[in-house]
Design a protein around this ligand. Structure first.
Ligand code: GDP
Ligand code: MG
Length: 443
C-alpha cells in the first residue's frame, strides 16, 4: 500500500500544525483523499460513500471545536477505513454436526490451491482434522499440486483415482464430503477449478459443486493485485455462485489497496483471511483495524490517540490548553496534567509510539515515574498563592517547601526551573500546533 499510504498521509499534511480547522481545510483534505483512493483503484461507489462520511464527520468535529482537530480527522479517516474494510472479523460458520464444508472459488491463479494448504495448516493448529478435496480437474497437474500442498501441510487429500469419479469434479466433491463424514474429519476444504477470466462454464461447475455439497462457507479468493478488475470479478462470482466470505491473496505484493477497500463495500461479504506469500504460514485472519493502520501507515499513532482520549478528561484538557496558550498555566495545572499523562501508562512507552518524537523522547529518557510523586509532594507543600505565582518563592519559602515535602531545596529549585521551561514549550506548542518536533512531524 506504499503509494496509497503516502497519498493519504500527504493529504493530512495541509492540516498539520493547525490549531483550528475550517470547512475549506476539510474539503481540501477530503478531495486529496478522494484522489488517493481513486488512484489506488478503489471502486467509485466506495470512494463516494467513504469521502462523504469523512467530510460530514470531520466538519462535525470542527464545529464542535474538538481539541486537536487534525488528530480527529486522522481518527475519522481511520474509523471509516475500518468500517469499509468490514469492522470486526467474524468466525467461520462451523457446522452444528458433522464436518464443516468450505468451498473455494475464484479465478485461476487467484491462490485457491495455495489457500487450501494454508487453511489445512491453520485448522490443524486449531485442533481440527482436515481433508482437502481435489475438485479442480481442469488442469492436468492441479490434483498433483493439491496433493503436494496437502503433504506439506500434513493433512489428508481426497483425489479422484480410476473408478473414483475421474473427470467429474462434482462427484469428487460429493464423495470427498462423504469420506469426511464417515471418517470423522472436522473440516473439508474443496479446491475448485478457475479460469483466467469469468466464464459461464466455470461458474456453472462451481454452482453444481455448491449444490451437491451445500457448503457452510464459500470463500471467494481474490488476488489483491488485480486492481480495477477486482470489482467486476467479485460481482460476477457473487451473482454466479455467491459466497459467504472473501480471502484476499497476494497482499504481500505491491497491491494498491483497491481490492481490499472495495470488495466488502461492493459485495457485502466480509474478508475473513488474507494471504501474504507463497509459504503455508503466510496467512492470517483479516483484521480491518490492522489493515486500516497499515494503509494509514502510522505506526501506533492511532493507538496513542485512543489512549489519550480515554485518559484525558476532555474538558479539563481543553481548559489546560487555553491556560497554556494564554500563559496562565500554573504549577497546580501542571500537576494535574502530569497525573493525567501518567494515567495513560508509562511515559516512555507512550513517547515511543509517537512518530517524530525522537528528540522529545531523549529529553524525557531521564523521566522517572517516581519523579511525579516528588513533584506532587513539592506542589502540595506550597501555598495556593505560591502555586499560582512562582516568582514569590524566596529562599525561606523554598526551604520551607523542601522540608514540608521531604525533599531538598535543590529539588524545589529544579522543579521550578523545569516548570518554567515546560511552560515555555507548552506555549510554543499551543501557538504553533505541535510544531516541527511534534506529533505530526513524523507523518
Ligand atoms: P489457483 O489457481 O487459484 O489454485 O492459484 P494457486 O494456489 O495455484 O496460486 C497461483 C500462484 O500464486 C502460485 O504460484 C502461488 O504460489 C502464488 N500465490 C498464492 N497465494 C499467494 C500469496 O499470498 N502471495 C504470493 N506472493 N503468491 C501467492
Ligand atoms: Mg488451483
Amino acid at each position: 500500500f506504499g503509494n496509497l499510504s503516502d497519498r493519504l498521509t500527504a493529504s493530512f499534511q495541509s492540516l498539520r500544525g493547525k490549531g483550528r480547522l475550517t470547512d475549506a481545510d476539510i474539503d481540501t483534505t477530503v478531495s486529496e483523499i478522494r484522489r488517493a483512493l481513486l488512484e489506488a483503484d478503489v471502486a467509485l461507489p466506495v470512494v463516494r460513500s467513504f469521502t462523504s462520511a469523512v467530510r460530514d464527520k470531520a466538519k462535525e468535529a470542527v464545529r464542535s471545536q474538538v481539541l486537536n482537530p487534525t488528530q480527529q480527522v486522522v481518527k475519522i479517516v481511520n474509523d471509516e477505513l475500518v468500517e469499509i474494510l468490514g469492522g470486526t472479523t467474524r468466525e467461520i460458520n462451523w457446522a452444528d454436526r458433522g464436518p464443516t464444508v468450505i468451498m473455494l472459488a475464484g479465478l485461476q491463479g487467484a491462490g485457491k490451491t495455495t489457500l487450501a494448504g494454508k487453511l489445512g495448516t491453520w485448522l490443524t493448529g486449531e485442533g481440527k482434522r482436515v481433508l482437502l478435496v481435489a475438485s479442480d480437474l481442469q488442469r492436468p497437474n492441479a490434483v498433483t499440486q493439491l496433493s503436494v500442498v496437502a503433504e506439506r501441510a500434513g493433512v489428508d487429500v481426497w483425489a479422484p483415482e480410476p473408478g473414483n469419479g475421474v473427470g467429474d469434479p462434482v462427484r469428487v466433491a460429493r464423495s470427498g464430503v462423504e469420506q469426511a463424514r464417515t471418517h470423522g474429519y472436522d473440516v473439508v476444504v474443496i479446491d475448485t477449478a478457475g479460469r483466467l477470466g469469468v466464464d459461464a462454464e466455470m461458474m456453472d461447475q462451481a454452482v453444481r459443486i455448491r449444490d451437491a455439497v451445500q457448503p457452510h462457507e464459500i470463500l471467494f479468493v481474490l488476488d489483491a493485485m488485480v486492481g480495477q478488475d477486482a470489482v467486476n470479478t467479485s460481482v460476477a462470482f457473487r451473482d454466479g455462485v455467491g459466497f459467504t466470505g472473501v480471502v484476499l491473496s497476494k497482499l504481500d505484493g505491491d497491491a494498491r489497496g483497491g481490492a481490499a477497500l472495495s470488495v466488502r463495500g461492493v459485495t457485502g461479504a466480509p474478508v475473513l483471511f488474507s494471504s501474504t506469500g507463497e509459504g503455508l504460514d503466510d496467512f492470517e485472519r483479516f483484521h480491518a483495524d490492522r489493515m486500516a493502520s497499515r494503509i494509514l501507515d502510522m505506526g501506533d499513532l492511532l493507538t496513542l490517540i485512543e489512549q489519550a482520549q480515554r485518559a484525558f478528561d476532555e474538558k479539563e484538557a481543553e481548559e489546560a490548553a487555553t491556560k497554556m496558550a494564554s500563559g496562565t498555566f500554573t504549577l497546580e495545572d501542571f500537576l494535574s496534567q502530569l497525573r493525567q499523562v501518567r494515567k495513560m501508562g508509562s511515559m516512555k512507552k507512550l513517547l515511543g509510539m509517537i512518530p517524530g518524537m525522537g528528540q522529545m523522547r531523549e529529553a524525557l529518557e531521564s523521566f522517572d515515574e517516581r519523579e511525579v510523586d516528588r513533584v506532587e509532594a513539592i506542589v502540595c507543600s506550597m501555598t495556593p498563592a505560591e502555586r499560582r505565582d512562582l516568582s514569590i518563592l524566596n529562599g525561606s519559602r523554598r526551604a520551607r517547601i523542601a522540608k514540608g515535602s521531604g525533599t531538598s531545596v535543590q529539588a524545589v529549585n529544579e522543579l521550578v526551573s523545569r516548570f518554567e521551561a515546560a511552560k515555555k514549550m507548552m506555549e510554543a506548542m499551543a501557538s504553533g500546533g505541535l510544531g516541527e518536533n511534534g506529533m505530526m512531524a513524523g507523518m
